[in-house]
Design a protein around this ligand. Structure first.
Ligand code: G3P
Length: 217
């Protein structure tokens, strides 16, 4: 299972990388707006820090402009993944970029059949948004099970990249279902370490070690 950091915050990306947890990075226009900075500089910097795929999203919604943006973004680094929306224009851009050997992440996926279209267009990744489905009273993880099952049925190579992850339960369920990738806000990745019994057990070991009067160094 691969962990991508869902952020454009350079310090947070470095921190997750130093922990050995960084398999890739995803960004989107909202994250770029939130963290500030120049899009091209940020994406180029992230591509240097992270060896794995780094998603940079197009901003246009029409095919011609999106295609030009996609080609420009694709030229930024070897590990760049062009992120396009799951629209008719986005799928067309996906097909063309993928045909030229560019990695493409098709985002804003909310239904199993949208995911099938992304796979047929040659997407490297499809990004179903689980948290946003939960927000409207639907079951985001059910979408992940459906996509994984359909992709398995037909042997599609597109990787299921679980997005809009809000908590560690989303990560656990993604792992149980067998999703390829989860992209998570860095604070959610860091919460995976935490267990009260780990903290309690460590406190006891520290106290007991003091009683031995020994030093390992
Ligand atoms: O990268 C897209 C996705 O992860 C967005 O998440 O929390 O804005 O729904 P969210």
């Amino acid at each position: 299972m691969k962990f991508f950091a869902d952020t454009s915050d350079i310090d947070a990306i470095k921190e997750i990388n130093d922990l050995g947890m960084l398999d890739g990075v995803t960004t989107n226009p909202s994250l770029i707006a939130k963290n500030g900075g120049d899009f091209f500089e940020i994406i180029t910097e992230i591509c240097k820090i992270c060896d794995g795929p780094v998603s940079g999203e197009v901003a246009a919604t029409d095919y011609e402009t999106m295609m030009k943006e996609g080609e420009k973004v694709a030229g930024l680094a070897d590990n760049i993944t062009v992120k396009v929306p799951l629209t008719e224009a986005g799928l067309k851009v996906c097909k063309n970029l993928a045909g030229n050997g560019t990695m493409v992440n098709v985002t804003l996926c909310f239904s199993p059949m949208q995911a099938v279209l992304a796979a047929k267009a040659g997407a490297t990744f499809v990004s179903p948004f689980v948290g946003r489905l939960d927000d409207i009273g639907q079951n985001g993880m059910e979408l992940i099970s459906d996509i994984v099952r359909i992709y398995d049925n037909y042997g599609f190579d597109t990787e299921v990249l679980v997005a809009s992850v809000r908590h560690t339960q989303h990560i656990l369920e993604s792992a149980l279902i067998g999703a390829d990738v989860v992209t998570c806000p860095p604070d959610v990745i860091k919460k995976l370490y935490k267990h009260p019994l780990t903290d309690k057990g460590l406190a006891a070991f520290v106290e007991d070690w003091k009683k031995t009067g020994q030093s390992i160094l």
